[in-house]
Design a protein around this ligand. Sequence first.
Ligand SMILES: *[C@@H]1O[C@H](CO)[C@@H](O)[C@H](O)[C@H]1NC(C)=O
Ligand SMILES: *[C@@H]1O[C@H](CO)[C@@H](O)[C@H](O)[C@H]1NC(C)=O
Ligand SMILES: *[C@@H]1O[C@H](CO)[C@@H](O)[C@H](O)[C@H]1NC(C)=O
Ligand SMILES: *[C@@H]1O[C@H](CO)[C@@H](O)[C@H](O)[C@H]1NC(C)=O
Length: 183
Amino acid sequence: MLIQIFAILASVLAVNCFTAPFSLCEGRSPLSTNISVDVTPCELSSTNTSCLFSRGDNTNFTIYFTPQVNVSTPIERVIMAKFAKKLKNKYVEVPYGGGVNADDRTFLVGEDGTFESVEGKGLVSGKQYFFNNIFNILSSSPKTTLWARYLIREAKPCKKSKCNWLLHPGQLLVCVEIPVTIV
Ligand SMILES: *[C@@H]1O[C@H](CO)[C@@H](O)[C@H](O)[C@H]1NC(C)=O
Ligand SMILES: *[C@@H]1O[C@H](CO)[C@@H](O)[C@H](O)[C@H]1NC(C)=O
Ligand SMILES: *[C@@H]1O[C@H](CO)[C@@H](O)[C@H](O)[C@H]1NC(C)=O
Ligand SMILES: *[C@@H]1O[C@H](CO)[C@@H](O)[C@H](O)[C@H]1NC(C)=O
């Protein structure tokens, strides 16, 4: 159930963007600089440390990044929900499905501000890109606080023992954790 908190509806381009709170994942460094996250809408909690969402909301997530490596497409995005367990100060990580092709939701930003899909073109070191998609916070979602962990990486087959994101053979372009509270 918890892994179904998010359902992907479509990919669109955010215009009125808001820079949301996020942190880089610990344990593996992404091969990108200038990583930022926009969430529209994002009503900040009273502590400004997470976006508040109501069940049924549709929310635009956009992640900007500049790779420091050349990567051939396809690339994929992986989502995990990370929960703080009440006892023992431990985190619980729940994968949201497997890797999903991200080429059609990832765009190269040109110097004039226009953008084009990376589909079939690969990503070039030093250029600015963004990934965008809309999530529907299901009306059946529990009221909870979690981190939505987003990974964008080179799509590559992995041997079972190496499919964990820390060991995955695909080059890791982005890994961010966005704190989310569903009210
Ligand atoms: C997502 O972004 C698109 C383009 O800016 C906008 O038309 C749409 O209303 C946004 N959706 C939400 C839920 O903010
Ligand atoms: C949250 O951010 C808003 C806008 O930046 C600011 O006005 C407000 O004081 C902040 N609240 C807290 C509790 O930091
Ligand atoms: C990426 O590819 C370009 C040519 O498309 C090349 O000039 C550049 O040196 C490459 N960068 C890296 C980091 O491999
Ligand atoms: C990285 O961010 C800085 C500061 O926002 C900006 O000046 C620079 O153009 C960005 N670089 C790329 C490659 O997007």
